[in-house]
Design a protein around this ligand. Structure first.
Ligand code: AKB
Length: 318
């Protein structure tokens, strides 16, 4: 059976690049992008697009039926920092969009679901270094609470109804194509743009805040890899720990200085510092490596070179 894929939240940071990659692999007409708003030109022009409000069951079911969709990637979510400003909205979007897709899958209309979780499921009482797959999880943000509840629901729908749902706990994702919005790890993207455009950046996290991060190329590979793994090899049906690199704002600034020697960083932490302080510094992702062969390819050095090179082209800077 050929794959017909729906990406919900296709215009966001991960959704954009995921959709483009899925179109490259499966053929553009087999990958339907959808969002509540339009995305960038490349995404909009590369294949079919539909407006979907992810919390509206009929709107989601309508598009799934129209295109005979058999795989859904549910990428719509409100992230940690914005979630703290709009807690009720974050809960409504993050939970109801998941229930809509899980319930449609339960009815047999779709065969496979990808739903992203996050390192935000961990909290202040979680061991900070090499955080294990199974450990204390007491998230302190609305976003983290919604992701932890979502993980439990994914596992429940798999055990109870046989829904083939797969998930990974994304760390902070760094990319140049589409900006992130409303996350605590967003500084690690902003810093590259400002280094090139202004030669200086004020970080909203303090200099020693170490967090788990990953380059977009690795995140897309992991997402497609877990979806292409045989169901019997997916042994965790809540969500897999996933890791690549961990660094602090000071360390990323040092790496940028190797390419832009006059780059200046300063620090002025805000409410996002508390969120970052509640999250792990590094993640043990050995289960993903054992169960479905996950490997990352970008370290801080390679990622920085790639980011600066791609952004220079984007901004027409030689
Ligand atoms: C955020 O900072 O909220 C996200 C995440 C780690 O899930 N990037």
């Amino acid at each position: 059976m050929s794959k017909t894929i729906l990406v919900i939240g296709a215009c966001g940071q991960i959704g954009t690049e995921l959709t483009l990659k899925l179109r490259e692999i499966n053929g553009a007409s087999n990958v339907i992008a959808s969002d509540i708003r339009e995305g960038d030109k490349e995404l909009m022009q590369s294949g079919p697009f539909e407006f979907i409000n992810a919390i509206d069951y009929d709107s989601v079911l309508g598009i799934i039926t129209k295109y005979n969709i058999n795989e859904v990637y549910l990428m719509a979510a409100m992230l940690s920092a914005t979630g703290e400003k709009f807690p009720a909205k974050a809960w409504e979007l993050n939970m109801n969009s998941l229930f809509n897709v899980l319930n449609i899958a339960k009815e047999g209309n779709i065969k496979k679901v990808f739903w992203p979780s996050s390192i935000a499921v961990f909290g202040p009482t979680t061991p900070k270094e090499n955080t294990p797959q199974e450990t204390v999880m007491e998230p302190s943000t609305v976003y983290g609470i919604s992701k932890q509840a979502g993980e439990r629901w994914c596992e429940y729908y798999f055990n109870k109804f046989g829904v083939d749902v797969r998930s990974i706990r994304y760390p902070g994702i760094i990319s140049w194509k589409t900006n992130p919005g409303g996350g605590t790890t967003d500084y690690a993207v902003e810093i590259y743009h400002e280094a090139l455009l202004k030669g200086a950046y004020t970080s909203f996290l303090n200099k020693e805040t170490k967090l788990p991060m990953m380059y977009m190329d690795d995140a897309i590979d992991a997402t497609i890899q877990i979806m292409n793994t045989k169901p019997e090899n997916i042994k965790i049906r809540s969500s897999y720990n996933l890791a690549a690199i961990s660094f602090t704002p000071e360390e990323i600034a040092e790496e940028i200085k190797k390419e832009i020697p006059d780059f200046k960083i300063s620090f002025k932490s805000d409410f996002r510092q508390n969120i970052a302080d509640s999250w792990p510094k590094s993640i043990d992702d050995s289960r993903a490596r054992e169960d479905w062969g996950w490997q990352h390819h970008f370290d801080l050095k390679k990622m920085s070179k790639n980011m600066l090179h791609s952004l220079k082209i984007k901004y027409n800077l030689s």
